[in-house]
Write a protein that binds this ligand. Structure first.
Ligand code: ADP
Length: 512
């Protein structure tokens, strides 16, 4: 792969047609000459993936009612990994019934201390199986092993540890109030952080005494199914965690089931709106964590190299498959040329390819449909009159890969500035004053995350207070911790997950 990556010029555009050499060709060539990485693939020999997975209901594997199965592939090779059950509303009914029984007969009657013991055990077992989970996450989802090994899996374990700690301390979490569980929680998660999103949802639900029916995304079901094995090995009482697999219809069956008390959804704004409509008036509690179009504001006094690293981290690592990705760069006019040049040089050094290779910075796009969606946006950007810049290295022959992409010459009303692309695509705008930056930053339907780079703490606070986003990072980006709440404004969602805030959606509070 290193050799392949050195074949930098002439390069191909996204459609495979040769494109003229980048204006940066010399610099780019010099940079790629500086490093040569030998392949360092993580071995997948010691992991175990079954050929076929059924639903995990009531502590055992249950065949799907209609006997239908779907297929999950490795997006870096397009090879089949496994089949998994396609859930019908009957399957969902069965899972909810079992979850209700487990809620009434066992889980809600356990003391917080006992619940905590189980959740600590789940956390430790995720740690024990960390290597296997990380490899499977990268194979099923396309993300670089460095990301799944160093971010997804450790953070998933950390969320279980954190909420295990709350299980017997709810009285301290809500002083003067009694916290009762809700019952059965329906949880629907996306494909960008499969195990981590599972942890965000299951850990607080169990800590507060609820049982769950969770559906992973149809392109990344495997780590949730491995987690089902962990639940069995941990001796978790049957029916406390149920995993039903399938696509949108299975998710809708969970949302519309009358005996589900709470819906926790992470995914697109489009589906979030459908879900919100269908549960309106039912009395179900819900949290929605939806799309984003995060602004990255770089002031003239920012440490430029640090800002460049922050931008790379905000949009290109993990292929831009992050709802809180920083996908709009707002740079103060005086430094824009310098910053863009440095950014392009740094982009040229990014290694795109085999997700299992430890050198890889940018892995595979999660699925063919997501790849096609990104390609459409690249066309849209060009048709809107923006100037597109892509890095020049070659891409693997198979699988879904996209070069890191910049768009300059964009205006605020362009679709590529307003809509979530969910790929390694960054738009660049400039600003003169902090007020202009704030106005541009806030001018999309979203409000999930943002970043500010400046030398002045006062500027961070002054600007930050006026940005409508649930999370704001200063001089860094994409830093997560289980103790910190996460969630959005406007079309980015409702409610918070993580931290103490993440307990609220799972309890009914009454004065003591
Ligand atoms: P993305 O665009 O990130 O793929 P989606 O919102 O399409 O996000 O999917 C996120 C999750 O929601 C997936 O698990 C998917 O199967 C599920 N889903 C899709 N449509 C529906 C629906 N109508 N009701 C409930 N869940 C759905």
């Amino acid at each position: 792969m290193a050799d392949k990556l050195k074949e930098t010029m002439p390069s191909n555009d996204v459609n495979g047609t040769p494109k003229p050499s980048s204006p940066n060709a010399d610099t780019a060539e010099q940079i790629t000459m500086l490093w040569e990485y030998s392949p360092a693939p993580e071995s997948s020999e010691h992991i175990s993936i079954s050929d076929k997975y059924h639903h995990f209901i009531g502590g055992e594997w249950v065949h799907p009612e209609k006997g239908r199965y779907m297929t999950t592939i490795n997006p870096a090779t397009e090879n089949k990994l496994a089949e998994f059950a396609e859930g019908t509303s009957e399957d969902v009914k069965r899972a909810v019934k079992v979850a209700r029984k487990a809620y009434e007969k066992s889980w809600s009657n356990l003391s917080g201390k006992e619940r905590g013991k189980y959740i600590f055990r789940l956390a430790r077992m995720i740690q024990e199986k960390a290597r296997e989970l990380a490899i499977i996450e990268s194979m099923d989802g396309g993300k670089p092993i460095r990301e799944s090994r160093d971010v997804d899996v450790p953070l998933a374990a950390a969320h279980f540890f954190y909420y295990a700690g709350w299980a017997d301390k709810l009285g301290y979490a809500f002083p003067g109030r009694k916290a009762d569980p809700l019952g059965v929680c329906g949880q629907i998660i996306p494909w960008n952080f499969p195990l981590l999103m599972l942890a965000w949802k299951i850990a607080p639900a169990l800590a507060t005494g609820n049982t769950v029916v969770l559906k992973p995304a149809e392109t990344t079901p495997l780590t949730a199914l491995k987690f089902a094995e962990i639940c069995m090995d941990a001796g978790l009482p049957d029916g406390v965690v149920n995993i039903v697999t399938g696509a949108g219809q299975t998710g809708a069956a969970i949302v519309n089931h009358p005996d589900v008390d709470k819906i926790a959804f992470t995914g697109s704004t489009e589906i979030g709106k459908i879900i919100q409509k269908s549960i309106a008036g039912t009395g179900k509690k819900f949290t929605l964590e939806l799309g984003g179009k995060g602004p990255l504001i770089i002031f003239e006094d920012a440490p430029i190299d640090q800002a460049v690293e922050g931008i790379i981290n905000a949009i290109f690592f993990n292929q831009g498959h992050v709802c809180c990705a920083g996908s709009r760069l707002l740079v103060q006019e005086g430094i824009s040329e310098k910053l863009i040049k440095k950014l392009k040089d740094r982009m040229e050094t990014l290694i795109i390819g085999d997700p299992l290779d430890k050198n890889t910075d940018i892995g595979a796009i999660n699925s063919r449909s997501q790849y096609e969606r990104i390609m459409k946006y690249l066309e849209t950007g060009k048709n809107e009159g923006a100037e597109m810049y892509q890095t020049s290295g070659s891409l693997p022959e198979n699988g879904y890969f996209c070069r890191p992409t910049l768009f300059t010459g964009v205006s605020q009303s362009n679709r590529i500035v307003q809509e979530e692309i969910f790929g390694p695509v960054l738009t660049i705008q400039t600003f003169r004053t902090p007020d202009e930056a704030i106005e541009k930053a806030n001018n999309t339907p979203y409000g999930l995350a943002s970043g500010i780079w400046t030398d002045k703490g006062s500027k961070i606070f002054k600007t930050g207070q006026k940005i409508r986003s649930g999370v704001m990072w200063a001089n860094t980006y994409n830093k997560f911790d289980p103790t910190a709440p996460f969630g959005g404004y406007k079309e980015s969602g409702l409610g918070r997950e993580g931290g103490l805030h993440g307990l609220y959606p799972y309890v009914n509070l009454t004065p003591v």
